[in-house]
Design a protein. Sequence first.
Length: 431
Amino acid sequence: MSRTYIEDLPGTVGQSVTLHGWLYNKRSSGRIRFVVMRDGTGLVQGVLAKGSVPEDLFNRFDELTQESSFSMTGVVRREQRAPGGFEMDVSELTIIHVAHEYPITPKEHGIDFLMDRRHLWLRSSRQHAILRVRHQVIRSIREFFDGRGFLLMDAPIFTPAACEGTSTLFETKYFDLGSAYLTQSGQLYGEAGAMAFGKVYVFGPTFRAEKSKTRRHLTEFWMVEPEVAFNDLNDNMDLAEEMLEHIVQSVLKHRMPELQTLGRNVAMLENVRRPLPRISYDEAVAILLKNGTAFEWGNDLGGTDETVVSQQFDRPVMVHRYPSAVKAFYMKRDPENPKVALAVDVLAPEGYGEIIGGSQREDDLDLLLSRIKEHSLPQEAFEWYLDLRRYGSVPHAGFGLGVERTVSWICGLDHLRETIPFPRMIYRLTP
Ligand code: 4AD
Ligand code: MG
């Protein structure tokens, strides 16, 4: 395919090319008509001068409405003042479809209005910037693990049981086998993968029927979950900080124009370099108390607590060794203090809070069995998982990074809903 896109224009100056796209904007000035085309890769301004182009070509300008599709041909020039930095002297213009009156205009629209028209809103420059950052985040994650010999292991989405607690499961009928649940995390399967391949990553959509209406919760989100045999909690934290540095530096390297479009102050992102600070839950509690927060040892950190803790640091902070009572059944307890689990959460700065949750896993069969009972989980459903502790059990660890929370933080957004093309939230299933 040899179609020319607007992003290719720097290499076509002085040549006549044909572009295909949609009308972004148009205006006239005296005998000159300007049409700004977008094609998904950029913007370019086409120029029609009365008298120097045929009358019928000149008049096509009037038919073009916002988002009408068309193609135009002409010689490309550099033009500093034009949007995108190039202009085309149009010698031919074919209208493909005259768009109906477009609902999204430059005036301010409410968020519900835009979310109802998400399928159209995706055409705007702000959404382009965010979704290109998202793409870069995903690309850099794959690059990171692929470059380190991890096997990509796809975990199933229909699962027979819970991984992260039973209260947030989406249930669906499954033929004659009763109920299936949409996966909350691919981790348990990742653990089987780690025992088979040494180091793997699961990367896919995950589902949580959380009744939370916050700016940090989606019901469907994407998570990357590495799992490594023979890793302990410290190895796990080393891997998490190396990955985070790679992601953020890769976005800064490749997506600076997009961050500028979003008005992102990148100073804090530039700080995302190893080593990241590591503090224990106990130290986090001390920070909370020192800052006048009424917090009791044993509670999980809430969103506001995370903000207070992360504000003490100029880069993401790792909080380890949470009380085991507030963490998942599979987390290994600290042999030095069984009240705490060998867990780690990574909190992003600037109030973004938890972006990574992980742990060293319980590798002892009997302890894991008693955890399953304590959590009132159905043992039969976990027999296969228990097998991993029956046949060559080893210390191992992993974590999950939420893609949308990461993108939201990197882009400096105030809500997760714009970080995924079609967000699913407790109150939204369309479009
Ligand atoms: O802390 P979580 O629940 O950890 C797990 O699922 C582990 N099984 C991961 C593992 O060890 N393999 O979730 C991990 C991350 C969170 O830190 C957050 O970034 C994201 O997933 N996340 C959500 N993102 C958007 N909406 C939600 N409702 C989310 N719940 C978790
Ligand atoms: Mg968590």
